[in-house]
Ligand binder design. Sequence first.
Ligand code: GAP
Length: 460
Amino acid sequence: MEDLMQKIVSLAKRRGFIFPGSEIYGGLANSWDYGPLGVELKNNIKQEWWKRFVHSRADIVGIDAALLMNPEVWGASGHLKNFSDPLVECKKCHNRFRADALDESQVDGRVKCPGIFKNGPCGGELKLSESKQFNLMLKTFLGPTEDASNIVYFRPETAQAMFVNFKNILDTNHPKLPFGIAQQGKAFRNEITPGNFIFRTREFEQMEIEYFIPEAQWEKYFEHWLGQMKQWLKHLGVSDKKLHYVDIPDGERAHYSKRTVDIEYEYPFGQKELYGLAYRGDFDLKNHMEASGQDMRYTDTETNEKFLPHVIEPTWGVDRSVLVAMLEAYHEEQAPTAAARKGEPKEEGESATRVVMKFPKWLAPVKVAVLPLSKKPELSKVAKDIFETLSKEFVCEYDETQSIGKRYRRQDEIGTPLVVTVDFESLEDKKVTLRDRDTMKQERSKIKDLASAIHDRLQS
Ligand code: GAP
């Protein structure tokens, strides 16, 4: 299973989904850059989410707030005091580890350092009894002087901007309960143990909704959002068998939560969190009202009653969405099935194993590839005209390098649902071949009907 992770990391680099960050300088540990295909994949996830939860719903509006916020936000939200992990430091190599992430069988007061360095394992002694709380917020200074009065924090969650702007939304949109505020964007955490590719990084993206409700209805809306998150996962192509819904017990939840369900996924490196759903009560609005002195109460227009709404918060990690989408899409096929290949010529360069990313069609970074069979100018001209027309409607690639078989393999590996091939017959009959990624079936389509044929196939 670990092997699958290596295959995904290698495919991601080889095909331009995700590169190690700052690579020409030896990298920056656990930072990753999205390449040409990765940015398309990630944008598809963010746009589909926005369409589903903001544009298609009358009860949710979006915002896009600044990353750096007044430090008082983090005092009121409890992050300055509570947003920390227990940390132990190795006396020998001085590296730090999360105390709660160390293998439980080792917890006997004499735990060996798990650090692996160039010259081999460290093996120094970690004293668990001396664990310290380590705040995970990343700090910087605003302005030219680096003193305590200029400290600001990169937001560790996008959520607080929705609470801080709650009053602005009430004043401008006059929404009625229940309603939500949604946001997508970067969050930063000085994680002690980042790793597993883009699973845990120090800079990542979230998509969050703060859904404001009357307190008495919290259970109903908690179930509503659990259902919405399940439907989203199905749409993303994630197998139900690999998902686990874990109710987090008292004492283990985040400081603000009255109920949390972690949606966990069976990654190749173990079952871990993918998304979360929390009932935050009125914790945030109450604390911001107290700390800012601003009235954050909602007025019920029928009863004139003023009160603080409660909040259900569904939260999605963008990078973890990309990771599970890639893990789920990855397929290695020994040979195309006889049924699928019946009557079709063997593709040139066809190898025994084909790697194919079976992304849902809406998610595929490239929807259509246009390939002339060879570099002959008369074929290139027709193919370039087709590319120009189709690229107005679909994300397309034009490719005339290498053999046709190798070009099909590349499109399979990047998950392109449809390939248009222009051959010599096309010059005579004004038709091209449309090849389906999953069945490898090839059908002739008239060039003039191509856009609608592609539309139909992408919808199916
Ligand atoms: N506002 C609530 C909140 O931030 P969280 O469970 O700490 O809750 C929400 O984070 C989601 O953000 C997680 O479910 C995960 O998908 C993603 N996430 C959290 N920390 C991350 C990290 N270090 N790297 C990548 N994604 C992360």
